[in-house]
Every structure is written in C-alpha cells, then in structure tokens.
Design a binder for this molecule. Structure first.
Ligand code: AHG
Ligand code: MN
Ligand code: MN
Ligand code: MN
Length: 343
C-alpha cells in the first residue's frame, strides 16, 4: 500500500494545476461525508438505520417515484449538512430532492456561496441495504455558470463533458472512494483505524476486452430488438457469432457493478425496456450515468446510451433518465453496433 492519503493526492493535483484549491476542499468535504455515511451503513440493524423512511404503511416517496429507505434520507442529509458551510458550492442537486438547492437556501446564517455545483446519488443500490450487500454514494461536480449567484435547476443541465470531478464511494467489505478530476481514475481505501482514505490504485485501467456482462436478465422480454439480439448472441457463447463464453454478474447496486468493471473489466447495461421506455430509461443521467461515464472513460473504457457517447448528451431535466452501456471499450462498441445496425 502506498502512503499517499487522499489529502496529499489532492494537493498534488492542485500543484499540477489540475484543480483549484476550492475544488480540492470540496472533494475533501464530500469524502468526509462519505466516511459518515459509511459509519451509518456499517451499524446496520444496531443503528436503527434499516428499513423504509416515513411511517409504517406510508413510506415517503422521492421524486423518482421510489419509496425512500431510511438510509436514502440519512445519506442525503449528511451530504447537505457537510456541504452547507464550506463556501465552495453555489448549489446542490440530489436524486432524493425534487429540485436543486442554492446554498443561500441551505444556510440562513449566511454561509458564503462558491463557484461549483454538486450533484449526488446519496445512497445507490438502496434495495440492497436491508440484505447487507454493497451500496454506495455517487457524485458529480460542475462549474456554476459565470455571473449566476443563485443557481436554479437549469444551471445544472450541462453535458457530462463539463464535469470537473466525479466519483463514488462503495460501502462494502471495505469502504473505497474512486475519483477522477479528469486526469485518470484513482481508488482510495478507507483506513478505518486512522480515518483516512489512502491511495490504493493509481490509474485504474479497464481491460478493452471482456467475457463478463452485467444486466438485469429478468427484464429480457421487455427489451427492444437490438438489445435482445446483443444479449442473445452473448448467451450463445463459443458457438455463437461472438465466439466466446460469457459469464454474468448483477449486484443491483450500480456502484458495486461499476466497481467490479473498473477492477477487472466487463460491460454494465441498463437498457431501455417496455417498463421504463416512457421515462427514457431507468438510471439517472446527472447522478448516475454521467459521473460513472467520466470515471470509466478516464480508466480507458467507454460509455454510451447505445446510440451516442454518454458524456455528450445534452441534459433536458435534472432527473432525466437514460439507457446505459459502459465498461470495456471493445465490448461497449460491440453493443453500440447492434443498436446502430438496427436503426
Ligand atoms: P438507487 O438505489 O440509487 O435508486 O439506484 C438503483 C439503481 C442502480 O443502483 C442499479 O443498477 C439498478 O437501480 C438496479 O435496478 P433493478 O432493481 O431493476 O435491477
Ligand atoms: Mn433511488
Ligand atoms: Mn442509484
Ligand atoms: Mn439512490
């Protein structure tokens, strides 16, 4: 293990001219919030944090139409509280909040407002909380447009290429923060005794080819024809047109599935299906697809909607959903070919 802490790594990124001092401090605050969430997740039933938010029989719903888990709400509150007073942010947006929030609204005591916008999925994979399977936090940082002091939802609608930082933290057997500021993707494991994130993989690289795919197969009958054909060919194995046997994994926590792919390759997909077609997909562009796509591209992988590069999608809504294909470059390109050949 290296003896480079997240703090030292970020200072070196600042000295190299890759990030401003404000962005460095903002990432430190997000990492600190992730440590707090990690402690809450780790307490499980002992901490009274499992189960649904709201009152019995009347679970609270979020804007996505999902019943909120207690930890969805706790993680959201931790991130809001941690970021309210730092002075680095102009506003925040979350999967769990109907609208974005300018810092001015968060801090009646007059905390200073900064130049960045923070977007997050506070607790990803929340269906896994109660069964003790990995969950995570995903975040994305954008610049607040020039001259905008109090940002509204529309100021967050920037394509993924404009992200100045993106990352996730996975709460599993260990707590690992994976981060990019546009100069490679790096992993930091939480040293629980010391309380610091330590650099454990510098420059993650996703193998270009893979024999592993991740998809929720129970949706197969609802998929569109190109997806049916693509996965159908993978399942044919050595005898099929792809000429190799594929293995399948599906955790149902995007953070955990993407972490596996960043570690050993693979393709992750959540395509359009008949159940989510009216919404444009299942996964959210701003809190899930864009940050993960930047991390994957920075590790030599590819990320697409099936028809275009994810990071070039011009967002039209804060909670917009998209079909997602990301991971090993050549495999993502293969999946995209099935879609383009069909059109
Ligand atoms: P969230 O818990 O933040 O709402 O996200 C859940 C997402 C994602 O983590 C995962 O890949 C996907 O939903 C799982 O969907 P299925 O339950 O349909 O497999
Ligand atoms: Mn959710
Ligand atoms: Mn999620
Ligand atoms: Mn979530």
């Amino acid at each position: 293990m290296s003896n480079v802490s997240l703090t030292r790594h970020l200072l070196e990124e600042q000295r190299a001219g890759h990030i401003s001092a404000d962005l460095r401090l903002l990432i430190e605050v997000v990492a600190r919030a992730c440590k707090t969430i990690s402690i809450a997740v780790g307490k499980g039933a002992l901490g009274g944090v499992l189960g649904e938010a709201g009152t019995p029989g009347a679970a609270s719903m979020n804007i996505q139409g999902e019943a909120q888990k207690k930890l969805d709400v706790i993680a959201n509150d931790v991130l809001l509280e941690a970021n309210a007073w730092g002075g680095h942010l102009a506003g925040l947006a979350s999967e769990e909040m109907d609208h974005s929030m300018p810092i001015a609204d968060l801090s009646p005591d007059g905390y200073p407002s900064g130049n960045y916008l923070l977007l997050f999925d506070p607790l990803d994979g929340s269906s896994n909380i109660d069964v003790n399977i990995s969950v995570g936090t995903i975040f994305s940082v954008l610049r607040c447009p020039e001259g905008v002091a109090v940002p509204g939802d529309e100021h967050f609608l920037q394509p993924g290429t404009d992200q100045v930082a993106a990352g996730y933290c996975t709460y599993g057997p260990n707590t690992t923060l994976v981060l990019t500021v546009g100069h490679g993707t790096h992993a930091f494991t939480l040293d629980r005794e010391v309380g610091s994130f330590m650099l454990t993989t510098h420059g993650m690289r996703i193998p270009e080819e893979t024999k592993e795919f991740a998809v929720n197969m129970s949706n197969q009958r609802h998929w569109q024809p190109p997806m049916q054909r693509y996965i159908g060919d993978l399942l044919l194995g050595k005898e099929g047109p792809r000429g190799k046997d594929f293995n399948m994994r599906w955790v149902a926590s995007m953070v955990a599935d993407v972490h596996r792919i960043l570690t050993r390759g693979g393709i992750f997909s959540y395509p359009l299906d008949a159940k989510c077609a009216d919404k444009g997909g299942k996964l959210r562009l701003m809190y899930e697809a864009n940050p993960m796509s930047l991390l994957v591209e920075q590790a030599g992988g590819a990320a697409s909607t099936g028809r275009m590069r994810m990071l070039e999608v011009q967002p039209s809504g804060l909670h917009q959903r998209v079909p997602v294909f990301l991971g090993s470059k050549l495999e993502v390109e293969a999946a995209v070919r099935y879609h383009l050949d069909h059109d």
